[in-house]
Design a protein. Structure first.
Length: 622
């Protein structure tokens, strides 16, 4: 695949960054090495079939100055994040970094270890545990704590324990209130769309290196192994709740609605150590992740950071998180947490100030400037979230998508809009000519806008596709944000080649198995193809035989409604175990375990109007 070098304007932008940012502040490079014990070589992990599911080594060497095709600040962050191995946080607390997008932490108790956030995949979690045991002894796992409901913090649980150990009581699974509900729903309701976009966000299909993927800022990328979920045996439901696990006292602080809908921090008095989950990391985080999610609340995020400082700041000697490296020493810890808090509070308050002056999302994002103290702290830089898309997310949270200008209330969709722009400018060749001038002048944002219209008016026009790919490439080279870079390069990749679909999927069977009947029925309702179902009038019951629960289900006007009830006249009754229902929805209609009483065509009619979605839908083309 032909790739362009960095343009002169991008190289000039990088030179300017060297002059603006505090590159002489190298403290993070000492901190990222502190407590280093050992690493695995090569840092490549395979699944049971021999397929590579993690390859940290493929990114190459990040030493030296940044190449011209990578923003120097992102290059610096990737060098720090790619540092992998087993590290001592403090005596009794050990962390493995660089074996997945997230970190896994081991707390040594009286008889075994407490595992915090066992990564995304079974294979990477098992490798991290093996690395720990190689250097700290073959200690048994007695508990697993999930800080929050995102899959990179629970998906690898079967790499450190199994269902039998949990069922026997040998291992506890601890998580915040609402964990299972949010862990499952996020991967199901809009899971197909999120998964497809996540392939762009993490650069899953990109070659790695200076002209490709160099990392996502929060971590290098996501592993692609087996994902699992075990239902918690202990749910944390209030701040201040204290539990002693294997002789280790833990004080919990709930922080819902922050980086995840279900999230918590916790403090270890014995170690004077504070775990901040994913609410204080060494970058600006997302208020709206580019893969898509519910908009997060920076106001409560800042409030929970304030509460953490107040509750634990004067007794904490080290703070660590589920990504990046720890921060040590009491005064430094409080300063770090305070700056992180101020970052989210400033984003919230100043965005609201701007929109109350009439700024639209795009205008507010362009106008927004952080104060010097926040702009110049390395741990507030926008490697994963960005000021631009976070400001827009805050506007979306409060005001929605419409900016109030009636001219933008009902625009044409992209294809029709593209055709009209192209015609108005004088044809597609003229659009490419104007875009080429913008490209040569370094105005890549305008070139991308023009060429986007061109491609959506004629996706087979070779010159517009080629120039748009080149334009995306230059925008990637100039991006300090790792996920922006990955999005741009992924778009260029598909314009120059084929649709790569969804390289990583999070709807694993063990995750889907935790759907409640209500969540399962809601998921079915989401997949009903409304127009195809307009004329259906179905009324049936589903008896979940393994749960002893019965639901009355109707499908009218293209809407599937359910109600748990023992009564009701129905056309048919489906008696089925929940797991068999999942298989049926997955396409297995022939295996035993499906018992229908009444009209057998009811189930066939329902299945005929379900739309499973498209995990290879077009993004940069119509």
């Amino acid at each position: 695949m032909h790739k362009q070098p960095a343009s002169r304007s991008i190289q000039a932008q990088h030179s300017e960054a060297y002059g603006k940012l505090p590159f002489d502040d190298t403290a993070d490079f000492d901190l990222v090495e502190r407590g280093f014990i050992a690493t695995i070589k090569p840092n490549v992990i395979h699944d049971d079939k021999g397929a590579v599911i993690w390859d940290n080594d493929s990114y190459g060497d990040f030493s030296g100055d940044a190449p011209s095709t990578v923003h120097p600040s992102l290059w610096r962050q990737s060098r720090l994040v790619a540092r992998a191995g087993l590290f001592e946080v403090t005596e009794g607390i050990y962390q493995v970094r660089g074996l997945d997008l997230s970190n896994v932490t081991f707390i040594e108790g009286g008889s075994g270890i407490i595992v915090i956030d066992p990564l995304l995949s079974k294979e990477t979690a098992a490798a991290a545990l093996a690395l720990y045991r190689d250097h700290r002894g073959d200690r048994k796992v007695v508990a697993v704590i999930h800080t929050h409901s995102h899959v990179d913090h629970f998906g690898g649980v079967f790499g450190v324990t199994n269902q039998e150990e949990v069922d026997s009581g040998a291992v506890q699974i601890i998580a915040p209130e609402g964990f299972v509900e949010h862990a499952v729903s996020e991967n199901v309701y809009a899971g197909t769309a999120m998964g497809r976009r996540a392939g762009y966000m993490y650069g899953a299909a990109l070659e790695r290196g200076p002209q490709g993927a160099v990392g996502a800022g929060l971590g290098q990328t996501t592993s692609t192994g087996d994902i699992g979920l075990i239902v918690p045996t202990l749910t944390i439901s209030r701040t201040g709740e204290t539990h002693t696990i294997d002789g280790i006292e833990i004080e919990f602080q709930l922080a819902p609605g922050t980086e995840a809908p279900s999230e918590m921090h916790f403090y270890f008095p014995q170690f004077k150590a504070l775990c901040m989950a994913e609410n204080a990391t060494h970058n600006l985080h997302n208020l709206l992740t580019l893969r898509g999610a519910l908009v997060r609340d920076p106001h409560v995020w800042a409030q929970y950071l304030t509460e953490a400082i107040d509750r634990y700041g004067d007794r904490t000697d080290v703070v660590f998180a589920s990504h990046h490296w720890p921060t040590w020493d009491r005064e430094t810890v409080v300063e770090y947490l305070s700056i992180q808090r101020d970052l989210y509070a400033y984003l919230h308050d100043q965005t609201l100030r701007l929109i109350n002056r009439g700024y639209t999302a795009a205008e507010a994002a362009e106008e927004f400037v952080l104060p010097p103290a926040l702009e110049n702290a390395w741990h507030t830089r926008g490697y994963y979230g960005s000021v631009s898309h976070n400001v827009k997310a805050i506007v979306q949270r409060y005001l929605g998508w419409f900016d109030g200008n009636p001219a933008r209330l009902w625009p044409h969709p992209p294809v029709e809009l593209g055709k009209r722009y192209v015609e108005a400018i004088g044809g597609i060749d003229r659009v490419v000519e104007v875009a080429r001038s913008a490209y040569d002048a370094g105005d890549f944002r305008w070139a991308a806008t023009l060429l986007d219209h061109a491609v959506f008016s004629d996706e087979n026009h070779a010159d517009s596709r080629a120039l748009l790919a080149d334009t995306f490439e230059q925008l990637a080279y100039g991006s300090e944000n790792g996920t922006w870079r990955n999005f741009y390069l992924s778009g260029a990749t598909e314009l120059r080649g084929a649709n790569f679909g969804t390289p990583t999927k999070t709807n694993a069977p063990t995750v889907m198995a935790q759907l409640s009947p209500e969540q399962l029925l809601s998921a079915i309702a989401i997949t009903v193809d409304g127009p195809r179902a307009w004329d259906l009038d179905l009324n049936f019951a589903i008896d979940f035989t393994d749960l002893g629960r019965r639901f009355l289900v109707t499908l009218n006007n293209g809407v599937l409604i359910y109600l748990e009830t023992a009564g009701g006249d129905v056309q048919a009754t489906l008696r089925i175990a929940k797991g068999r229902m999942l298989a049926l929805l997955g396409g297995d209609a022939d295996s035993p375990g499906v018992d229908i009483e009444g009209d057998p065509t009811v189930l066939k009619q329902l299945l005929a109007v379900l739309d499973k979605g498209d995990d290879a839908f077009a993004i940069v083309t119509p």
